[in-house]
Design a protein around this ligand. Structure first.
Ligand SMILES: Nc1ncnc2c1ncn2[C@@H]1O[C@H](COP(=O)(O)OP(=O)(O)O)[C@@H](O)[C@H]1O
Ligand SMILES: [Mg+2]
Length: 264
Protein backbone atom coordinates (compact mmCIF):
# COMPACT_ATOMS: atom_id res chain seq x y z
CA UNK A 1 0.00 0.00 0.00
CA UNK A 2 1.25 3.48 -0.84
CA UNK A 3 2.84 5.49 1.98
CA UNK A 4 1.47 8.96 2.54
CA UNK A 5 3.67 9.77 5.54
CA UNK A 6 6.71 7.90 6.76
CA UNK A 7 8.70 9.01 9.78
CA UNK A 8 11.56 6.88 11.04
CA UNK A 9 13.27 7.72 14.34
CA UNK A 10 12.45 11.36 13.58
CA UNK A 11 13.48 14.04 16.03
CA UNK A 12 13.19 17.80 15.92
CA UNK A 13 15.23 20.21 17.96
CA UNK A 14 15.09 24.02 17.79
CA UNK A 15 17.65 25.94 19.82
CA UNK A 16 17.94 23.88 22.95
CA UNK A 17 14.31 22.69 22.89
CA UNK A 18 13.61 19.15 21.85
CA UNK A 19 10.18 19.35 20.22
CA UNK A 20 9.86 15.74 19.06
CA UNK A 21 11.83 12.62 19.80
CA UNK A 22 12.08 9.22 18.13
CA UNK A 23 8.90 9.44 16.08
CA UNK A 24 8.10 6.28 14.09
CA UNK A 25 4.88 6.77 12.20
CA UNK A 26 3.54 5.42 8.93
CA UNK A 27 0.32 6.63 7.30
CA UNK A 28 -0.81 4.53 4.32
CA UNK A 29 -3.20 5.48 1.52
CA UNK A 30 -6.75 4.71 2.57
CA UNK A 31 -6.12 5.40 6.26
CA UNK A 32 -7.31 8.49 8.14
CA UNK A 33 -5.59 9.45 11.36
CA UNK A 34 -6.54 11.39 14.45
CA UNK A 35 -3.65 12.78 16.49
CA UNK A 36 -4.59 13.21 20.12
CA UNK A 37 -2.59 14.87 22.87
CA UNK A 38 -2.99 17.40 25.65
CA UNK A 39 -1.90 21.02 25.25
CA UNK A 40 1.84 21.26 24.73
CA UNK A 41 2.24 17.58 23.82
CA UNK A 42 3.83 18.42 20.46
CA UNK A 43 0.88 18.04 18.06
CA UNK A 44 1.47 21.30 16.19
CA UNK A 45 5.22 20.61 16.24
CA UNK A 46 4.55 17.30 14.49
CA UNK A 47 2.53 19.10 11.81
CA UNK A 48 5.24 21.75 11.53
CA UNK A 49 7.75 18.98 10.97
CA UNK A 50 5.61 17.50 8.18
CA UNK A 51 5.34 20.93 6.57
CA UNK A 52 9.05 21.59 7.02
CA UNK A 53 8.55 24.57 9.34
CA UNK A 54 10.67 23.01 12.11
CA UNK A 55 13.83 21.06 11.31
CA UNK A 56 14.19 17.32 11.00
CA UNK A 57 17.21 17.01 13.28
CA UNK A 58 17.67 13.27 12.94
CA UNK A 59 15.86 10.35 11.34
CA UNK A 60 14.04 10.06 8.04
CA UNK A 61 10.88 11.74 6.77
CA UNK A 62 8.96 11.05 3.58
CA UNK A 63 5.70 12.78 2.72
CA UNK A 64 3.73 11.77 -0.40
CA UNK A 65 6.70 9.68 -1.46
CA UNK A 66 9.19 12.56 -1.31
CA UNK A 67 12.14 12.43 0.98
CA UNK A 68 12.84 15.45 3.16
CA UNK A 69 16.24 16.90 2.25
CA UNK A 70 16.06 15.59 -1.31
CA UNK A 71 13.04 17.54 -2.57
CA UNK A 72 11.85 21.13 -2.61
CA UNK A 73 9.44 21.24 0.34
CA UNK A 74 7.76 24.40 -0.98
CA UNK A 75 6.49 22.30 -3.88
CA UNK A 76 5.39 19.59 -1.49
CA UNK A 77 3.42 22.06 0.65
CA UNK A 78 1.25 22.86 -2.37
CA UNK A 79 -0.05 19.29 -2.25
CA UNK A 80 -0.90 19.47 1.44
CA UNK A 81 -4.04 21.28 2.60
CA UNK A 82 -3.77 22.78 6.03
CA UNK A 83 -6.30 24.41 8.31
CA UNK A 84 -6.10 25.59 11.90
CA UNK A 85 -8.35 27.68 14.07
CA UNK A 86 -6.10 30.72 13.81
CA UNK A 87 -6.52 30.83 10.02
CA UNK A 88 -10.07 32.19 10.43
CA UNK A 89 -8.83 35.53 11.65
CA UNK A 90 -7.02 36.20 8.39
CA UNK A 91 -10.27 36.44 6.47
CA UNK A 92 -12.75 39.25 6.82
CA UNK A 93 -14.61 41.85 4.84
CA UNK A 94 -17.33 41.52 2.29
CA UNK A 95 -16.38 38.40 0.41
CA UNK A 96 -18.84 35.59 -0.06
CA UNK A 97 -18.16 32.05 1.09
CA UNK A 98 -17.72 31.05 -2.56
CA UNK A 99 -15.13 33.78 -3.14
CA UNK A 100 -13.19 32.70 -0.06
CA UNK A 101 -13.19 29.11 -1.34
CA UNK A 102 -12.05 30.19 -4.81
CA UNK A 103 -9.19 32.23 -3.36
CA UNK A 104 -7.69 28.86 -2.36
CA UNK A 105 -6.97 28.11 -6.02
CA UNK A 106 -4.66 31.08 -6.19
CA UNK A 107 -3.41 30.71 -2.60
CA UNK A 108 -4.26 34.32 -1.89
CA UNK A 109 -6.11 36.08 0.87
CA UNK A 110 -8.77 37.80 -1.21
CA UNK A 111 -9.82 36.96 -4.75
CA UNK A 112 -7.66 38.80 -7.26
CA UNK A 113 -7.69 36.52 -10.28
CA UNK A 114 -10.76 35.59 -12.31
CA UNK A 115 -11.84 32.05 -11.61
CA UNK A 116 -12.80 29.83 -14.53
CA UNK A 117 -16.28 28.42 -14.80
CA UNK A 118 -15.06 24.94 -13.95
CA UNK A 119 -13.31 26.27 -10.83
CA UNK A 120 -16.58 27.79 -9.69
CA UNK A 121 -18.37 24.49 -10.30
CA UNK A 122 -15.71 22.63 -8.32
CA UNK A 123 -15.87 25.11 -5.43
CA UNK A 124 -19.65 24.73 -5.29
CA UNK A 125 -19.46 20.97 -5.32
CA UNK A 126 -16.92 20.95 -2.47
CA UNK A 127 -19.22 23.20 -0.43
CA UNK A 128 -22.03 20.70 -1.11
CA UNK A 129 -19.87 17.82 0.06
CA UNK A 130 -19.21 19.69 3.30
CA UNK A 131 -22.95 20.17 3.72
CA UNK A 132 -22.78 23.92 3.23
CA UNK A 133 -23.84 24.36 -0.39
CA UNK A 134 -26.55 26.91 0.45
CA UNK A 135 -23.94 29.18 2.07
CA UNK A 136 -22.08 29.85 -1.20
CA UNK A 137 -23.57 33.31 -1.72
CA UNK A 138 -23.56 34.34 1.93
CA UNK A 139 -21.17 36.90 3.23
CA UNK A 140 -18.29 35.15 4.99
CA UNK A 141 -18.43 37.57 7.90
CA UNK A 142 -22.09 36.68 8.52
CA UNK A 143 -21.40 32.95 8.95
CA UNK A 144 -21.24 31.11 12.26
CA UNK A 145 -17.83 29.97 13.49
CA UNK A 146 -18.59 26.37 12.51
CA UNK A 147 -19.69 27.43 9.03
CA UNK A 148 -16.56 29.58 8.61
CA UNK A 149 -14.40 26.63 9.52
CA UNK A 150 -16.12 24.46 6.90
CA UNK A 151 -15.61 27.18 4.29
CA UNK A 152 -11.90 27.21 5.14
CA UNK A 153 -11.75 23.46 4.66
CA UNK A 154 -13.40 23.94 1.28
CA UNK A 155 -10.77 26.59 0.52
CA UNK A 156 -8.01 24.12 1.35
CA UNK A 157 -9.66 21.48 -0.84
CA UNK A 158 -10.00 23.46 -4.10
CA UNK A 159 -6.29 23.14 -4.79
CA UNK A 160 -6.80 19.35 -4.77
CA UNK A 161 -4.37 18.36 -2.02
CA UNK A 162 -3.44 14.70 -1.48
CA UNK A 163 -3.38 15.23 2.25
CA UNK A 164 -5.63 17.42 4.40
CA UNK A 165 -4.38 18.34 7.86
CA UNK A 166 -6.69 19.94 10.41
CA UNK A 167 -5.01 21.34 13.54
CA UNK A 168 -7.57 21.67 16.34
CA UNK A 169 -10.12 23.04 13.87
CA UNK A 170 -12.92 23.16 16.44
CA UNK A 171 -11.18 25.51 18.87
CA UNK A 172 -13.53 28.27 19.92
CA UNK A 173 -16.67 26.62 18.55
CA UNK A 174 -19.65 26.23 20.88
CA UNK A 175 -21.26 22.81 21.25
CA UNK A 176 -23.72 23.24 18.38
CA UNK A 177 -21.23 24.86 16.01
CA UNK A 178 -18.80 22.08 16.73
CA UNK A 179 -21.35 19.38 15.99
CA UNK A 180 -22.35 21.15 12.80
CA UNK A 181 -18.71 21.41 11.83
CA UNK A 182 -18.11 17.71 12.56
CA UNK A 183 -21.19 16.81 10.52
CA UNK A 184 -19.57 18.63 7.60
CA UNK A 185 -16.30 16.74 8.07
CA UNK A 186 -18.29 13.50 8.26
CA UNK A 187 -20.22 14.35 5.07
CA UNK A 188 -17.02 15.17 3.26
CA UNK A 189 -15.31 12.00 4.51
CA UNK A 190 -18.18 9.89 3.20
CA UNK A 191 -18.04 11.41 -0.27
CA UNK A 192 -14.23 11.18 -0.15
CA UNK A 193 -14.27 7.45 0.54
CA UNK A 194 -16.18 6.82 -2.68
CA UNK A 195 -13.86 9.10 -4.70
CA UNK A 196 -11.50 7.64 -7.31
CA UNK A 197 -8.38 8.66 -5.39
CA UNK A 198 -9.47 9.61 -1.88
CA UNK A 199 -7.34 12.09 -0.03
CA UNK A 200 -5.86 11.31 3.38
CA UNK A 201 -7.25 13.13 6.41
CA UNK A 202 -5.34 13.99 9.56
CA UNK A 203 -7.32 15.49 12.42
CA UNK A 204 -5.48 16.91 15.42
CA UNK A 205 -7.36 17.46 18.65
CA UNK A 206 -7.28 17.18 22.39
CA UNK A 207 -10.96 16.19 22.51
CA UNK A 208 -11.50 12.47 22.22
CA UNK A 209 -15.13 12.77 21.16
CA UNK A 210 -14.17 14.66 17.99
CA UNK A 211 -12.62 11.50 16.59
CA UNK A 212 -15.31 10.56 14.08
CA UNK A 213 -15.73 6.94 12.94
CA UNK A 214 -14.04 7.83 9.63
CA UNK A 215 -10.71 7.99 11.49
CA UNK A 216 -9.34 4.49 11.16
CA UNK A 217 -6.21 5.13 13.21
CA UNK A 218 -5.15 7.16 16.21
CA UNK A 219 -1.78 8.43 17.35
CA UNK A 220 -1.39 9.44 21.01
CA UNK A 221 1.30 12.05 21.57
CA UNK A 222 2.80 12.99 24.93
CA UNK A 223 5.87 15.06 25.72
CA UNK A 224 6.95 15.10 22.07
CA UNK A 225 6.95 11.31 21.87
CA UNK A 226 4.49 8.71 20.65
CA UNK A 227 2.71 6.96 23.52
CA UNK A 228 0.91 4.57 21.18
CA UNK A 229 -0.40 4.46 17.63
CA UNK A 230 -2.57 2.08 15.66
CA UNK A 231 -6.13 1.12 14.81
CA UNK A 232 -8.67 3.34 16.55
CA UNK A 233 -10.45 0.59 18.49
CA UNK A 234 -7.14 -0.78 19.76
CA UNK A 235 -5.82 2.61 20.87
CA UNK A 236 -9.00 4.06 22.33
CA UNK A 237 -9.48 1.64 25.20
CA UNK A 238 -9.98 2.58 28.84
CA UNK A 239 -6.76 0.80 29.76
CA UNK A 240 -4.58 2.47 27.13
CA UNK A 241 -6.05 5.93 27.74
CA UNK A 242 -5.63 5.56 31.52
CA UNK A 243 -1.96 4.84 30.88
CA UNK A 244 -1.76 7.78 28.45
CA UNK A 245 -3.38 10.34 30.77
CA UNK A 246 -1.83 8.89 33.91
CA UNK A 247 -5.23 8.79 35.64
CA UNK A 248 -7.94 6.13 35.54
CA UNK A 249 -10.51 7.00 32.86
CA UNK A 250 -13.56 5.27 31.45
CA UNK A 251 -14.99 5.43 27.91
CA UNK A 252 -18.51 5.50 26.58
CA UNK A 253 -19.07 4.82 22.88
CA UNK A 254 -21.97 6.65 21.23
CA UNK A 255 -22.60 6.60 17.47
CA UNK A 256 -19.06 5.44 16.87
CA UNK A 257 -17.50 8.22 18.94
CA UNK A 258 -15.75 7.72 22.28
CA UNK A 259 -16.59 9.98 25.22
CA UNK A 260 -14.16 10.24 28.07
CA UNK A 261 -15.10 10.12 31.76
CA UNK A 262 -13.03 10.36 34.89
CA UNK A 263 -13.17 7.17 36.90
CA UNK A 264 -13.53 8.13 40.55
N1 LIG B 1 9.39 26.89 17.62
C1 LIG B 1 9.45 26.52 18.90
N2 LIG B 1 10.52 26.83 19.67
C2 LIG B 1 10.59 26.45 20.96
N3 LIG B 1 9.63 25.76 21.59
C3 LIG B 1 8.54 25.43 20.89
C4 LIG B 1 8.38 25.79 19.52
N4 LIG B 1 7.19 25.32 19.09
C5 LIG B 1 6.63 24.69 20.14
N5 LIG B 1 7.43 24.75 21.23
C6 LIG B 1 7.18 24.14 22.54
O1 LIG B 1 7.01 22.74 22.31
C7 LIG B 1 5.96 22.22 23.11
C8 LIG B 1 4.90 21.59 22.23
O2 LIG B 1 4.17 22.62 21.57
P1 LIG B 1 3.09 22.31 20.45
O3 LIG B 1 3.66 21.43 19.43
O4 LIG B 1 2.55 23.62 20.01
O5 LIG B 1 1.99 21.52 21.31
P2 LIG B 1 0.44 21.25 21.01
O6 LIG B 1 0.15 21.64 19.61
O7 LIG B 1 0.27 19.78 21.27
O8 LIG B 1 -0.32 22.06 22.02
C9 LIG B 1 5.45 23.37 23.96
O9 LIG B 1 6.09 23.30 25.22
C10 LIG B 1 5.89 24.59 23.18
O10 LIG B 1 6.08 25.68 24.05
MG1 LIG C 1 -1.22 22.92 18.78
Amino acid sequence: MRMIIELKAASSITGDTELLRGIDWVVRAGEHWAVLGLNGSGKTSLLNLLNGYVPLSSGVMRVLGRRYGAYDWRALRKRVGFISSSLQERFYGGETALEIVLSGIFSTIGLYDSPRRKDIAMARSILERLKCGPLAGHNYSSLSQGEKQKVLIARALVSRPRLLIMDEPSTGLDFFSREEFLAGVHGFAESNSSAKSPLTLIYVTHHLEEILPVFTHVLLLKGGQIHSAGETRKILTAGNLSSFFGVPVALRWRSGRAWLEMKY
